[in-house]
Design a protein around this ligand. Structure first.
Ligand SMILES: [Zn+2]
Length: 189
């Protein structure tokens, strides 16, 4: 099946599917095919083994915002893994379900890979305040912040936005919101 080309959100032109070695491929290492708009310097990776984009094309500003969103969000579900020993997917999906309620948008649309600048900044704000609170209450979250930095660095030279480079994610189920054992709003002291 041939997927329709991704449209660049900045210039509305069709993105090109580029592979390592192609002119304009955004990474020096091989992170699989990327839908890329070379003039806009915007791109997004694909689900592993497919040509299906992980999200919307992102330029440098949005990629940084996505990294900040992940740096704030990821420690929450990573702490859940340590706390409950659940799988990465389960913890992350539960985190996204929780995030959907915080943002007031449908869980199906709640994925940092598809968010715009404003949404990414909201994620960083919401999760950042919670992370600080957790840090004050738990040594575990201090570790999880370090882990999040490693996560953000693990894919490369352009620092690696999870959701921009290729890793697959399962759909989020609403019931998993109950799994994430964190309050609906940050605890203030
Ligand atoms: Zn473009």
């Amino acid at each position: 099946m041939t997927k329709l080309p991704k449209i660049c959100r900045y210039c509305q032109q069709a993105a090109k599917l580029l592979n390592i070695g192609d002119a304009g491929y955004p990474y020096r290492l091989d992170y699989g095919p990327t839908w890329t708009c070379v003039p806009c310097q915007a791109w997004v990776g694909c689900h592993k083994g497919t040509k299906n984009a992980l999200g919307g094309l992102a330029n440098a500003e949005l990629r940084i915002a996505k990294q900040a969103a992940h740096a704030a969000f990821d420690p929450l579900w990573q702490a859940k893994i340590r706390k409950e020993g659940c799988s990465k997917n389960k913890a992350r999906n539960a985190g996204y379900a929780w995030l959907a309620t915080q943002l007031g948008i449908p869980v199906e649309r709640t994925h940092i890979g598809y968010m715009n600048l404003e949404e990414c900044r909201k994620v960083a704000e919401i999760c950042g305040s919670y992370s600080k609170n957790q840090k004050a209450h738990s040594k575990v979250s201090e570790c999880s912040l370090k882990c999040a930095v490693k996560l953000a660095e693990w894919t490369g030279l352009e620092p690696a936005t999870p959701g921009v480079t290729g890793r697959s994610q399962k759909p989020i189920t609403a019931r998993e919101v109950a799994i994430l054992d964190i309050p609906k709003s940050p605890i203030t002291t």
